[in-house]
Design a protein around this ligand. Sequence first.
Ligand code: GLA
Length: 374
Amino acid sequence: MINQSEYKFKVSASGRVNIIGEHIDYCGGKVMPAALSLKNTVYVRPNGTNFINLSWTTLPDTVSLDISRLDSYKHLRYGNYQAGSAYLWQKAGHKIVGCDMVQDCTVPFGSGLSSSAAIEVSTIAALATVAGEGFDNVEVALTAQAAERQYAGVNCGIMDQYASACGKKGMAMLLDCKTLQCDYLPLDLGGYAMVITDCKKPHNLVESKYNERRQQTEQALAILKEKLDITCLADVSPEDFQKYSHLLPGVIKNRTEHVVYECERVKRAAEALRNGDILTLGALLNESHASLKNLYETTGFEPDVLAETAQAHPACIGSRLTGGGFGGCTISLVKKECVQQFEDYLLKQYRQKTGYTAVCYRADIDDGITVERI
Ligand code: GLA
C-alpha cells in the first residue's frame, strides 16, 4: 500500500483499446482507439538529489536512475521504460529534477492494452509536473513514442501513446496518424457493451515480428511510389491497389491489401458510429479480424479461437483482436443484457479449445493523462 500523503502529485495515463484501424498508424492511416480506465499511476515527490528513485506497488525491486546518465539503463529488467522516457524528455530540452516515484499499474502487462505507453506517458507527465513545468499532451505522446522506439527497440506508430495521453472520457478518437489531427466521437454503443478479453497466451518475439511487418509496408510503399503520387501507404486507394497490386511480391501484396482496406473500414466505422449503426460497426470488426488473420498474419491460433468463438455467439455482433497482435486482447460488441452469459460461454469454450484460461476485464473509456496535487 502507498501512503499517498507522502507524495506531492498523483499522475496517471491510460492503457487503450483500438476499436478499429490496426497496423495502419505507421502507414499514415486513420485509427480509432479509446483510452481506458486501466492506467499507470505515478505518485511522485521531489527528493533534492540527482537521482530518480523508482519503486512499484507490485514489485519488490527499487531502481535509482542517475539523471546525468539516463541513456545507460536500456538493460534494466524493470525501469527501462521509465529511464527511456526520462532520457528522451531530457534530450528534448526539458528540465528533469531528482524525485521519488512509485508506479502503480492496473493495465495488465503483455495484454496488448498498451501498458508500456501508459508507463511512458505517465512517467513523462509526472517528471514535467514535479519539475514545475506544464506539458503539452501531444509532445508527451511523441516523446513517449520516441522512447519506445529508441530505447525499447519497438519501431511503433503513434497510436498508443497518443491515445494514452489525449484520450477523453466516453469518447472514441479518430486519429489521423499523418497529420495528428484528432476528432472525438461519442462511443455510444446503444444496446451493446464492449467486452475486453485477454487470451493469456504467452507470446514472444513480438517486437521482431512487429518490426518485420512495418518493414514490409515500407517495401510496398517504395514500390508503389514509382507509380503513384503518394507519401504513405494509407494514401493508396482501393482502385490504385487493384491497378498496381501485380507489382507487389506475394506476402507484400497481402500486407498492402490489409492496409488499404483497413483504412476504408475505419472510414465506414466512423460513419457507422456517428449514425448509431452499431450492427455495421460490429460487422467491420469481424472483417478487420479476418484481414489481420489472413492477410497481415498478426493473430495466431488462440486469438483466432477467441475472436471466432465470440463472433459465433448470438448476442455478439462483432469481435476482433485489438493492438499489435500475436496474443493479447479481443474486443467484442455484445448485447448489454447478455454480457455475463456471453463471458461465461466464451471463457469455457476457449479453455476447452486451447487449454488456456482467458480473462475478461472490466474497464470504462476514460481520460488520458490526469494530474492531481496530493
Ligand atoms: C502496437 C503499436 C501501435 C500500432 C499497433 C497496431 O500497439 O504500438 O503503434 O501499430 O501495434 O495497430
